[in-house]
Ligand binder design. Structure first.
Ligand code: NAG
Ligand code: NAG
Ligand code: NAG
Ligand code: NAG
Ligand code: NAG
Ligand code: NAG
Ligand code: NAG
Length: 402
């Protein structure tokens, strides 16, 4: 019995001297155009591709069963113009993509190579390209830390609060060009965390703050609880957001397209196509601060701005011609005294931009109300976490409420 096993092992060795596991690249091996790495579950594949109608070549990762669906691109900002690209891993753990002239087209930003003696590159089952040291198991670099326009299951979007390192999506320029476009999708850790899509530096859309269950403006993300769990982490080390599928056989991705629209897809195995399960709805109230400070936007087919109770348009003439971003001002100024001031409860509204808010998980809603009332620069408050009876406090401290 034993000798038979040995025979088989030798047989395999003898007949595949230069092959390596299909999902890994070892030192001094290379990947050239046409060669690919494939995960053991045959879901992800890494290799060279040309997007859309472009003839440029890029190193990237796609679904093995849906090769047009590219989920990550290495040399997005430095295309190869022919098929002579080569990816090589050297003994010090330095990974480089070369063109035929020997120019380095792309190389991941890695920390010190000290102590690395047996590096290996592996495309793991989640679609994460991991460069690690086999001896110490230390991860030197991984593609999940540098996403392009797609968030895969198991990936996190967020910020390491100790190092400041941010993991976020950025759009492609166009269907034919994966280079960095104008839109970013980040988890803004300031105040109460929320997801924000920016067009360069301008806010294009946002999700509303995390309320313990979902991002308050995006309840659709919580209506798929049969499909996935949201993993939201918020502590002194990090703020991050990711999802976990309930069934390992469900394949899902979130992509931000060239116009900054985020959309989640599920692979429909039976019909061999991607089904969109939700996308960010764009309507007359979606653009940021449409009705200005203390204004309220109503979704009634046309953009309809009004002022909160106790407020009036700053510039009534402009409001009448639908130029509303100037917003509203108080009809009676705050007295800044607990006798004259009070709160008016607004229901069924979306929560203001929480970037400028102060969040405190340690106090309840009653204490929250008191603190806000006593502080003349506090203009509104709400619950931080809506789970159960509700807990925590968020106060808007600035004079401006969007
Ligand atoms: C890639 O590897 C093959 C086989 O080891 C080798 O013959 C070839 O020269 C390598 N190419 C480059 C560009 O290093
Ligand atoms: C590819 O780019 C190189 C310079 O980077 C240039 O010399 C070469 O002519 C280009 N080839 C094609 C087919 O455009
Ligand atoms: C690997 O590449 C790095 C970066 O170019 C270089 O500093 C290092 O000497 C190389 N190591 C080996 C063993 O070739
Ligand atoms: C491919 O492009 C490189 C420059 O990027 C150039 O050096 C090389 O000669 C080209 N090869 C062919 C076959 O055109
Ligand atoms: C792939 O990498 C991610 C991120 O490091 C990790 O969470 C996950 O467990 C890995 N998956 C596998 C199958 O190794
Ligand atoms: C982006 O996604 C939205 C929603 O699916 C779609 O209406 C729009 O056409 C897409 N834009 C591009 C450029 O693909
Ligand atoms: C109270 O007001 C001050 C400014 O006067 C502000 O810095 C502080 O954050 C406020 N505190 C709360 C809890 O709102």
């Amino acid at each position: 019995m034993i000798s038979k096993q040995v025979t088989i092992a030798l047989f395999l060795l003898a007949f595949s001297p230069s092959t390596f596991p299909a999902d890994t690249l070892q030192i001094y091996q290379n990947i050239t155009d046409g060669q690919t790495l494939v995960t053991p579950n045959s879901i992800f594949e890494l290799g060279f591709f040309s997007p859309g109608s472009s003839t440029n070549r890029f190193l990237g990762i796609w679904y093995a069963f849906s090769p047009d669906t590219v989920v990550w691109v290495a040399n997005r900002d430095s295309p190869l113009n022919n098929t002579s690209g080569t990816l090589i891993l050297n003994k010090s753990g330095s990974l480089k993509l070369y063109d035929a002239s020997g120019r380095i087209v792309w190389s991941p930003r890695t920390t010190s190579s000290d102590g690395i003696n047996s590096p290996i590159l592996q495309l793991n089952e989640s679609g994460n390209l991991v460069l690690k040291d086999q001896t110490s198991d230390r991860i030197i670099w991984q593609s999940f830390d540098y996403p392009t326009n797609t968030m895969l299951t198991g990936m996190k979007i967020g910020k390491n609060l100790r190092t400041g390192f941010e993991t976020y999506l950025s759009s492609w320029k166009s269907r034919d060009d994966p280079s960095e476009g104008d839109y970013t999708f980040k988890l803004d850790p300031q105040g109460a965390p929320e997801l924000v899509v920016r067009d360069r530096s301008q806010i294009k859309s946002r999700s509303g703050m995390w309320n313990g269950l979902y991002f308050s403006w995006a309840p659709q993300t919580s209506t798929y609880t049969s499909l996935f769990n949201i993993r939201f982490v918020w502590n002194q080390d990090e703020v991050s957001y990711g999802i976990e599928m309930k069934s390992a056989s469900t394949i899902s991705r979130l992509v931000m397209n060239e116009t900054g629209i985020t959309q989640r897809f599920i692979w429909d195995q039976r019909n061999q196509k991607w089904n969109s399960i939700y996308f960010q709805t764009i309507d007359e109230c979606s653009s940021f601060a449409e009705c200005g400070p203390f204004g309220i936007c109503q979704r009634d087919g046309i953009r309809a701005c009004s002022c909160l109770k106790g407020f009036e348009p700053v510039a009534p003439d402009e409001w009448s011609i639908k130029y509303t971003s100037g917003g509203c001002k108080r009809t009676i100024p705050l007295g800044c005294s607990t006798d004259s001031d009070g709160f008016y409860k607004l229901e069924g509204v979306e929560i203001p931009y929480s970037h400028d808010a102060i969040a405190d998980a340690s106090i309840g809603i009653e204490e929250c109300r008191k603190r806000c009332l006593m502080n003349c620069s506090c203009v509104a408050y709400t619950l931080l976490d809506i789970r159960g009876e509700g807990s925590g406090c968020v106060m808007w401290n600035t004079a401006v409420l969007h």
